[in-house]
Design a protein around this ligand. Structure first.
Ligand SMILES: NC(=O)c1ccc[n+]([C@@H]2O[C@H](COP(=O)([O-])OP(=O)(O)OC[C@H]3O[C@@H](n4cnc5c(N)ncnc54)[C@H](O)[C@@H]3O)[C@@H](O)[C@H]2O)c1
Length: 325
């Protein structure tokens, strides 16, 4: 079986995808510096290399064990808010280091590269985004760093190398059978924060950032996608490239259905049965009002068929995972 390198494989989405790749029999190596990931997430059958994904000596060592055919590039910093005041750190980790990783790909004939992009590259939009049609206009450095990588990938023309970027929306929930879910001690995303609140582990009331957006209840709308569906999207993306799909593909991956912050909080309260405290705070820098995905092209071309489009089930799995920690 071919050798797949997963950067950020000790993180939330990367570790789940690693587990699915191992189930399919691939040889999987992970590079992670554990800056936000955890050793607990690493499946036993994966080969783990502690370090930075831009470190060519480490990459050469991994390649030496068996040539790397595909890289899944998950590793990045991903707090929108933090990126607004640590711009340089985000550009360096998410863009400059990815450039170094791509140089390695070229020098060592890596065939396929699957990049974790993000819906934040769209910026302020009012209708479901369509990859390839909706203009990219990120309003925060995190989104800018993701767009810069996509643009760099678009310049790499080679018959030996193909890339595919998945712009995913808000990934949430846990896989209780695999015991994998969000492990960040200080999450910044709504569903992990709401699970913490429901489990009584938040030291303050859950904050709603902004209640004056032009949305149905004034709070931001996001498209929440289950962890298991996003991992399956990666497997489908891999199969597309292995079948010889053209390079530089860019797809949205989401359900196309958005929920407001207040709706998500209500759902978490309902499934957990806990009426945790919530307060309304001002807007946060860098938050667009509404982001939802049109993923029709990805579904059609990759045959990805999401199985877990159910906000209650997403919240319940997140709550149970948090409770079991
Ligand atoms: N979680 C979401 O909702 C979401 C949405 C859209 C896009 N994404 C993208 O998906 C990817 C994975 O996100 P996640 O939620 O699993 O985040 P995560 O923080 O759980 O995982 C990122 C992993 O990368 C590692 N890492 C970071 N910089 C590194 C470096 N320089 N060298 C080696 N390892 C490094 C971290 O230790 C961590 O294990 C990211 O690229 C993120 O931008 C996530």
């Amino acid at each position: 079986m071919s050798h797949i390198l997963v950067t950020g494989g000790a993180g939330y989405i990367g570790s789940h995808t690693v587990s699915c790749l191992l189930d399919l029999g691939y040889k999987v190596s992970i590079i992670d510096n554990l800056s936000t990931g955890s050793i607990k997430n690493i499946p036993q059958l994966a080969d783990f290399y502690f370090g930075d994904f831009s470190d060519h000596s480490l990459l050469k060592k991994i390649n030496h064990s068996q040539p790397i055919e595909t890289i899944f590039h998950f590793a990045a910093y991903l707090s929108v808010e933090e990126s607004t005041y640590k711009r340089q750190m985000y550009l360096e980790n998410n863009f400059d280091k990815t450039k170094a990783l791509l140089l390695f790909c070229q020098n060592y004939s890596v065939k396929h590269f699957i990049f974790s992009s993000s819906c934040t590259i769209y910026g302020n939009v009012n209708q479901p985004t369509v990859a390839g049609h909706t203009p990219s206009a990120p309003i925060n450095p995190y989104g800018q760093s993701k767009l810069m990588v996509e643009q760099l990938l678009a310049t790499l023309q080679s018959t030996q190398f193909s890339s595919l970027s998945l712009r995913y929306f808000n990934v949430a929930g846990a896989d209780l059978d695999k015991n994998l879910g969000p492990l960040h001690s200080q999450p910044t995303q709504l569903i992990p924060l709401a699970s913490l609140a429901a489990c009584g582990k938040l030291s303050h009331p859950l904050k709603i950032f902004g209640n004056d957006y032009l949305t149905r209840d004034g709070t931001c709308i996001r498209d929440y996608i289950h962890l298991k569906d996003i991992s399956q999207a990666h497997i489908k993306a891999l199969h597309l490239l292995q079948k010889g799909a053209p390079s530089q593909l860019v797809y949205n991956v989401g359900y196309g259905q958005g929920y407001t912050v207040k709706e998500v909080i209500q759902t978490m309260k309902k499934v957990s049965g806990i009426d945790f405290p919530v307060i309304e705070a001002g807007r946060r820098d860098g938050d667009p009002p509404c982001l939802t995905a049109n993923s029709d092209r990805f579904k059609k071309e990759s045959l990805w068929s999401p199985q877990y489009n159910d906000l209650e089930a997403i919240c319940l799995s997140a709550y149970h995972f948090e409770k079991s920690k």
